[in-house]
Design a protein around this ligand. Structure first.
Ligand code: FAD
Length: 316
């Protein structure tokens, strides 16, 4: 028993960003536990997924070519079978909708203690996991206990692994019963539209500072001039000015763009939870003491109704 087994995630033919973050987290842990980092990819185009996942730090990639999309029973069976084969110290999974679907079932079946939503961890005498509580206001550390452990990691907490690796790629025959009780029959985006802000590279995000819905066209002009993707804080969605799939934050989506331009957003902890992993954060706010400036790389203290038109002119 040593090393780490991490389970990649994909949807509609594409690997999710968290898969590459799992490699970084898994490598960190494998260096502490000793042993190899094994990565599992279940279903979909496993061959091309394995090629993409072959990044620095991965020792072995196990492909399990069963089904196309996520399926609870298939994942649970495949991960349990791989766990028996690899015998890792720690099983790592994403703290995503899918991860939270199969991780508890797998942990229960394998009799592993499960720590969910980890934002950090350390393996010394045993496994200690850091989690956030009270809307990210405090951090707690949990001694997970057990001989072996299972953990789900929060997305955007570890950087994505880079660099081409030289992992051994091996197909694993999991002997999975595919006659399952549920299957994916299609996808429907929440709130209409097919924009996935979690995949966007440049986000223009608006908050209550825009005051009223009639001011949206101004922001849409900026979005068009910059080629960005439009997102928002929760009040904008609560007011019905943008659909739910545009909301960034604790009860919205986690985004990791190269640039996050926050306009008229105060920077409440619940909002920051969804965007703090952005590479470069730029904030426009009239209040120099707004908390968003604590995490912004660049800040403009000013009235958005003056700054945004100038930005549009500059970009055009
Ligand atoms: P405000 O906090 O009102 O900030 C508006 C900002 O605009 C201010 O800083 C102000 O100075 C600035 N401003 C005003 N006029 C101008 C101007 N003309 N030019 C420039 N700046 C101006 N929030 C989320 O965003 N996402 C979530 O997922 C989320 N989940 C939540 C979950 C729970 C359980 C709870 C309790 C809350 C959650 N919230 C979430 C709400 C969160 O606490 C904040 O209320 C919200 O993020 C505030 O949104 P805001 O920054 O747009 O508005």
């Amino acid at each position: 028993m040593s090393g780490v087994l991490a389970v990649a995630e994909h949807r509609r033919g594409e690997l999710r960003d968290v898969s590459f973050e799992l490699i970084t987290a898994g490598r960190q842990l494998a260096d502490q536990t000793g042993g190899d980092l094994h990565l599992a990819v279940v279903g979909g185009d496993t061959e091309s997924f394995a090629d993409s996942l072959n990044r620095e730090g991965v020792d072995v990639i196990h492909t399990v070519p069963e089904g196309e999309e996520f399926n609870h029973d298939v994942y649970a069976q495949a991960v349990e079978a791989l766990h028996a084969e690899v015998d890792p110290q720690v099983l790592l999974m994403p703290n995503s909708v899918n991860g939270l679907d199969y991780a508890p079932a797998v942990a229960n079946s394998l009799d592993l203690p499960l720590a969910t939503d980890a934002v950090d961890f350390e393996y010394g005498d045993g496994l200690t996991v850091t989690r956030e509580m009270y809307g990210s206001k405090v951090e707690t550390t949990v001694d997970v206990g057990g001989d072996r452990q299972a953990v789900t990691i929060r997305s955007a907490e570890w950087p994505a692994a880079e660099g081409v690796g030289d992992a051994e790629i091996s197909e694993f025959e999991a002997d999975v019963d595919t006659d399952t009780g549920s299957r994916v029959t299609g996808f429907e985006e929440v709130g209409g539209g097919d924009v996935d802000i979690s995949e966007a590279d440049f986000i223009v995000s608006i908050g209550r500072g825009i005051e009223e819905e009639d001011n949206l066209p101004l922001i849409e002009d900026l979005v068009e001039a910059t080629g960005a993707t439009l997102a928002s804080s929760r009040p904008i969605v609560d007011n019905g000015w943008l659909p739910k799939n545009r909301q960034v934050g604790q009860s919205g989506k986690v985004v990791t763009p190269t640039v996050y331009l926050a306009i008229g957003i105060s920077g409440a902890v619940q909002h920051v939870a969804g965007m703090k992993g952005s590479d470069t954060i730029i904030a426009i706010n009239t209040d120099p003491n707004a908390p968003i400036f604590d995490i912004a790389d660049y800040g403009i203290v000013g009235d958005l109704f003056e700054v945004v038109p100038e930005l549009i002119e500059e970009f055009e």
